[in-house]
Ligand binder design. Structure first.
Ligand SMILES: [Zn+2]
Ligand SMILES: [Zn+2]
Length: 294
């Protein structure tokens, strides 16, 4: 499919939901879907759906429903249900992604910088659809797209870790090979600049979506933080990696990473916790090739 074809198809698809009655149909199907336990996949009959939406004229209702089939609504023999795209539209509407553009969170302190050389404090903030977790002194920062509901319905002032956990969750989706935007396959590699002149100040990894082209950057340690050997080391030291500790200083845990070979490319990530040390060795595409205490 050429880009023009796919753009005009998208135009038609988005046009199909730009109508109050059709959005009400999607919402009604969603409410039916979530109304009772165990009813998730039961289709909704035409008459029940029409009643839920509150359109008397059956011909007019049928016309609008037809516009949503097959992209957003699946017409099963015994009724209607939302397709994946239909559920995504509802999810995006609830998350405020399309309508709630003014939500902000002022800088909220979340702890001290994880860089042992730096005395700075880490703060998280939210605005314009982006969470940033950054140090006020060095250039350590993470920036990730996020929906307004993250600060609208969760309460970062009460629970500042919510932003860290969100960022970690998105990084883990990326590291496990799913694009955070389109769920297409991601490929990871050591950023080119890292191989020109080795240094000890961390190794940047580029993750590229093979479908939509989005890219994200993480430190190499982000690709191994949930490797079983690392989880086990941290657990023995009383550290829960799920707390999103990569950004914050903790006396229980520190790490460093460096390029240790060029042909073939080898990256070593050393993690220390509870008086123990673990070295994880990665190849150019961040696959673990070795790990151990040396
Ligand atoms: Zn810092
Ligand atoms: Zn993608």
């Amino acid at each position: 499919m050429s880009e023009t074809d796919s753009d005009s198809t998208l135009d038609e698809v988005f046009g199909a939901v730009a109508d109050e009655t059709r959005l009400a149909i999607l919402r009604a199907l969603w409410e039916e879907r979530t109304a009772g336990e165990g009813r998730d996949h039961e289709p909704v009959s035409f008459s029940a759906l029409r009643e839920a939406v509150g359109v008397r004229d059956s011909g007019r209702f049928n016309y609008h429903l037809d516009q949503l089939v097959p992209n957003f609504v699946h017409d099963a023999e015994d009724g209607y249900r939302l397709t994946y795209a239909g559920r995504r539209i509802i999810g995006a509407a609830v998350s405020g992604a399309y309508t709630d553009t003014g939500t902000e969170l002022a800088a909220t302190p979340v702890g001290s910088c994880s860089d042992p050389e730096c005395d700075g404090e880490i703060a998280a903030r939210y605005g314009a659809g982006t969470v940033s977790v950054e140090c006020d002194t060095c250039d350590a920062e993470s920036v990730i797209s996020a929906p307004p509901i993250l600060v609208g319905a969760h309460d970062p002032a009460e629970d500042p870790d919510v932003l860290d956990r969100f960022v970690l969750t998105v990084i883990q989706k990326t590291v496990r090979g799913f694009c955070r935007l389109c769920s297409g396959p991601m490929e990871a590699r050591v950023a080119r600049g890292e191989l020109d002149g080795w240094h000890d100040e961390g190794v940047t990894v580029v993750h590229e979506c093979q479908e939509c082209g989005s890219t994200s950057y993480t430190p190499a340690v982000a690709t191994v933080i949930d490797h079983p050997a690392v989880v086990s080391l941290l657990h023995d030291a009383g550290v829960d990696y799920r707390d999103g500790l990569l950004w914050r200083e903790t006396s229980a845990f520190d790490w460093e990473e460096s390029v240790v070979g060029e042909d073939p490319v080898r990256v070593a990530v050393t993690i220390r916790a509870g008086g123990e040390e673990l070295v994880v060795t990665l190849d150019e595409t961040l696959d673990v090739v070795d790990y151990g205490d040396e």
